[in-house]
Ligand binder design. Sequence first.
Ligand SMILES: Cc1cc2nc3c(=O)[nH]c(=O)nc-3n(C[C@H](O)[C@H](O)[C@H](O)COP(=O)(O)OP(=O)(O)OC[C@H]3O[C@@H](n4cnc5c(N)ncnc54)[C@H](O)[C@@H]3O)c2cc1C
Length: 406
Amino acid sequence: MKPKRGFVHEVLGGLGIACAEDTVPTALPKDAEQAARVMGEAGRRGWKLLPVGLGHQLAHVRPESQGFDLWLSTRRMQQVVLYEPGEATITLQPGVIWQYVQGLAAENNQCLSPTFHADIPRTVGGVIAAGFSGLDRPLRGALRHQVLGMRVLMADGTIAVTGGRLVKNVAGFDLHRLHTGGRGQLGVIMEASLRLHNEPQETVVLGHAFESVGVGVAAARRLHSARLPGSGLLLQIEESGACRLACSLQGSPGLIADANRLAALAMDFEWDLRGAPAQEYQTIAAGGFDLDPQAPWLFITCQPTAIEAVQASAWTWLELHSLHASGILQPDVAQWYLRIDGEVSAPALSELEKQMAELGAVLTPLGSLRPAQWNPAAQSTAPLRQAVEALRQQFDPEDRFQARLA
Ligand SMILES: Cc1cc2nc3c(=O)[nH]c(=O)nc-3n(C[C@H](O)[C@H](O)[C@H](O)COP(=O)(O)OP(=O)(O)OC[C@H]3O[C@@H](n4cnc5c(N)ncnc54)[C@H](O)[C@@H]3O)c2cc1C
């Protein structure tokens, strides 16, 4: 049974742990020891606990977040534990703000992936647990490859150590890769070690506009097949179907010259940006990933070779149901974020899910299309999702990190 709000505050107060008045009582431990005490108390009392950072994207990442008895926020745990510029690694407490780390790394001409603009602060723990890789994924690898190691507070109150603080120190199982994108369902990240990269010597963005999304996707596929070194592609799609393809090149002047030559063989570009305007363009483009959690979104992943088939199938479905879509496609990692204009019925959604499955693609409804108690394992017979659920139960057999069902 859900405990009374005041009671949760009283218990935490008795343990000497600060608690904020949020929509759900929020424990604010100042260190790992206090966090472990909160976890122990939650375990004894059967409380459902959600790890959070600043809670900015909870509506999106955990729409069921109101169904917890207690949130455990890491926002007071803000220490840089170890920064080794020479090793290009940094170890951080989970409440450190990601953009602060970007600034710190920039002082040594280093950067971390993904890159965010400064306006919405995000915590290290929240970014890692949400698991979204940024625009530079084709260049620097997925988010899970940026995480070298972790300390994690498990459901039973113990601290698990996985990976290491240095790039070369990779012994044992890579459990930190599971916690990356775990959305706080496997444990509470208490510390994370991240890989840093050298700032690119040069940045160039090449661009071309198309009147139809089909033509834009075909061009993106051609360019992807050209395997330009140091490149990342982004297709921005408007509701009308018009779209813009941007090809970002980063690296040494020699590498950029090579990539430029190959790009010119693959297609003619209409414009190019260099230096500061190119970097500014990338920051603005990254804003395209800030999905409004109240809007209806479809997230589709497929093989890069299937992007044209997925586009043809999805746009036929849109037309059939008198819907429109805008959004982005990352052609090199074959991920689509589509914002739908119009009412999407449940039967229409499962029809599209089936169509996508036939193409080997996976459809995930996001934002307002995702019901509050959405449980992918229960709703899908997909073997992958069932395996993920089985794994989750190994980490959290008592469903400590699962919302209370209404
Ligand atoms: C370019 C780009 C765009 C993005 N756009 C979006 C977007 O549109 N929508 C979106 O949902 N995300 C997006 N993300 C992911 C985003 O980084 C995080 O969702 C969010 O910004 C983190 O904010 P927060 O620190 O307040 O975490 P919160 O919002 O508090 O938490 C986010 C998730 O992490 C879990 N969590 C937080 N701290 C911990 C911890 N210490 N241990 C374990 N779990 C924890 C929470 O339970 C929750 O599931 C994007 C990422 C990139 C790279």
